[in-house]
Structure formats: structure tokens, C-alpha cells
Design a protein around this ligand. Structure first.
Ligand code: NAP
Length: 322
């Protein structure tokens, strides 16, 4: 059974899309008595003050984590090691330290050595996002109905893991726990590879000489539009993801290239049956995703997928029995 009290002091390091969404959601659901935030640049800190994202916006990471019982690092994965080194000496014994990075193995490798034994390190990845970034882009509904994957290292304190799980459930997320290695493999195929494909195809279209840029824009509804949305995702974040999850991404890319070769061959040979069979199988996969509630069958006009009014009633630390 998780602790029923909200956290005393939530420290958010990094206040972009994910950090500011956590701030909005934690405040909305009363999950922390005090929220303290910091960001790397004075401009972002200033914006966080203007938006009222936290009770206090401070200049340094050390100041942010002081006396915090929950610290969530919300920055690109490539920067997590340096930040862990920065905050390590200032963490309160017993604090839960987490992150939101899209890759888990590298974050654990980079952060864990800098964290004192007296804190509980529970890495996490909310599988929720948009193509926008920065403190203005966050919203409290971002995590509603989305998965948050926890990857606690073996031997992690169960109470700390459950408290963090309860925090994520309270902001509307569904929580799953798995190893960091498995997370990185699953996300390589479900998220990292699709982003790589989007980045590739949008670049390819841009370089075509026979098709004008205005035609690409004009007819983008024909599938291309969705790729452009994904390809607009933050370059720093995604550079770090591919560098940090290199092995799993290369493995999935190899499998993808083999499948692409099969479809290429079917088109070249005019093998309509092979194409039809493949597209029928993929349509069933899409319908399965809709049927388990991971997406809507309605057309996507880019609206946020949830509404704060549909969020679970604030029940911050309910047990994990649903
Ligand atoms: P974001 O909107 O670009 O915000 C990034 C934040 O990190 C900003 O506050 C930025 O500060 C700070 N930052 C950037 N580089 C830093 C560095 N080298 N050292 C310290 N702070 C730094 O990014 P985001 O989308 O919130 O992503 C944050 C994390 O969430 C990433 O690890 C990403 O993998 C993960 N994630 C993202 C999504 C998504 O869809 N975006 C989904 C799930 C998880 P300044 O503004 O001052 O530079």
C-alpha cells in the first residue's frame, strides 16, 4: 500500500514539455505541497515564472533538489549524467530520484554512479508527448490514459517504486514496470524507429526535384502530414535518443530493412497477393491498438487526446489494484 500523503517538495529539473506538464498535473491533483523548478537557461526559468509553473523557480540544480522528497529530471537523456553529478551531494536522504528519459539503459548507466546510496533511484518514462517543446507546450492532460514505464534497477526499494507509480497513476497514467533493457528494445520499435522513418521521409520529400515544395504542402493530407508532425519533434531530444539507444535501434532497423526489401520485391514483381496479405495484417494490428484504447478511430486533428475533466478523481496514492 502506497503512502497516502502528497510529496512535501517536488523538484523538477528541466521545465520543457514534460517538466511543465508534470508541474501542471501535479498542481492540479495536489500531489506536492511545494513545487520547485529549474532549467538550464535564464530565459526558460523566466518563462516558468511568468507561467506560474512552480511555487519557486531557482537558478541551480543544487538549490532545486535541496529538501525535495521527489526529484524528477526532465531533460534530454544525454545531459542526465552531468545533472546527476551536480545534484548528488545535495539530495536529501530517502528522496526518490526519477527521470522521464525516452531511453532507460543509458540514463541508469549515466546517473546511478553519481547518486548517493541513501536515495531511491526509480527511472521512469512517460510514453506521452507531442512534437512541441519548451515550457509553454506543457498541459496537465498529457499523461491521461498513457503508459508510464518504470524501470527500477534490481533491489530497488518497493515502497519508493510504489510511491512513484502512485504519482504517475494520479496524473492519469497507466503504470507498467519492466527492465531497462526490455524497455529500450520495445521503444526502439514502437517509438524510435517510427521517428527515424519520419525524419527520413520528410527529408526525402524535401530533396525531390520532380515534386515541388508547394505540391508537398498542398497534398500533405495523403499520409505525409502525419510524418511531418513527427519529424518536427525536438532535434536535441531525438539526437540523444538515437545515440543512447544505438544497439536496440540498429537491431530494429535491420529487421525493418528486411521487411522493406520484401515489400519492394513484391511491388517490383507485381505480387498483389503479398501486398494485400501484408496490408491486411497491419490493418488488424491498427484495429487492435484502437480496441485496447491506445488510440481513437476518429481522425486525428492534432488535438490533445485527453481532457482534465476526465482525469481520475484526485486519489494521489491509491494502491495499484486496477
Ligand atoms: P524540452 O521541451 O526540449 O525541454 C527540455 C528541458 O531540458 C528544458 O528545460 C531545457 O532547458 C533543459 N535542458 C536541455 N538541455 C539541457 C542540458 N544539457 N542540461 C540541463 N538542462 C537541459 O524537452 P522534453 O520534450 O520535455 O523532453 C525532456 C525529456 O523527456 C527527454 O529526456 C525526453 O527523452 C523525454 N520525453 C520526451 C517526450 C516528448 O514527446 N517530448 C516524451 C516522453 C519522454 P532550457 O530550455 O533552459 O535549455
Amino acid at each position: 500500500m502506497a503512502d497516502a500523503a502528497p510529496f512535501e517538495r517536488l523538484a523538477l529539473i528541466g521545465i520543457g514539455l514534460i517538466g511543465s506538464s508534470i508541474a501542471h498535473a501535479a498542481r492540479h491533483h495536489g500531489l506536492a505541497r511545494t513545487i520547485v523548478a529549474t532549467a538550464r537557461s535564464p530565459a526558460t526559468r523566466q518563462r516558468a515564472v511568468e507561467l506560474g509553473l512552480a511555487d519557486r523557480v531557482v537558478e541551480t540544480n543544487a538549490e532545486a533538489v535541496r529538501d525535495a522528497d521527489l526529484v524528477i529530471v526532465c531533460i534530454p537523456v544525454g545531459a542526465c549524467g552531468a545533472v546527476a553529478q551536480d545534484i548528488g551531494p545535495h539530495l536529501r536522504p530517502g528522496a526518490i530520484v526519477s527521470d522521464v528519459g525516452s531511453v532507460k539503459g543509458s540514463v541508469i548507466k549515466d546517473m546511478a554512479p553519481h547518486l548517493p546510496k541513501a536515495v531511491h533511484f526509480v527511472p521512469a518514462h512517460p510514453v506521452a508527448g507531442t512534437e512541441h517543446s519548451g515550457p509553454d507546450s506543457g498541459f496537465a492532460e498529457l499523461f491521461i490514459g498513457r503508459w508510464c514505464i518504470l524501470t527500477p534497477p534490481p533491489g530497488s526499494d518497493r515502497t519508493a517504486v510504489e510511491r512513484l507509480a502512485a504519482f504517475w497513476r494520479a496524473v492519469g497514467a497507466k503504470v507498467e514496470t519492466m527492465s531497462a533493457e526490455h524497455h529500450d528494445l520495445v521503444l526502439a520499435v514502437t517509438s524510435h524507429l517510427p521517428h527515424l522513418i519520419a525524419y527520413t521521409i520528410v527529408g526525402t520529400a524535401d530533396e525531390l526535384s520532380e515534386v515541388t515544395e508547394s505540391e508537398v504542402l498542398q497534398f500533405s493530407a495523403g499520409g505525409f502530414r502525419d510524418f511531418t508532425r513527427i519529424a518536427a519533434s525536438d532535434p536535441t531530444m531525438w539526437r540523444d535518443v538515437f545515440l543512447a539507444n544505438k544497439d536496440a535501434v540498429l537491431e530494429m532497423l535491420g529487421a525493418f530493412q528486411e521487411d522493406l526489401s520484401k515489400l519492394t520485391r513484391a511491388i517490383r514483381r507485381g505480387d498483389g497477393d503479398a501486398l494485400f496479405e501484408h496490408f491486411t495484417r497491419t490493418r488488424a494490428i491498427r484495429r487492435g491498438i484502437v480496441s485496447i484504447g491506445q488510440d481513437s478511430a476518429a481522425p486525428d486533428f492534432g488535438r490533445p487526446h485527453g481532457n482534465i475533466a476526465q482525469a481520475p478523481v484526485p486519489r494521489p496514492y491509491a494502491s495499484n489494484d486496477e
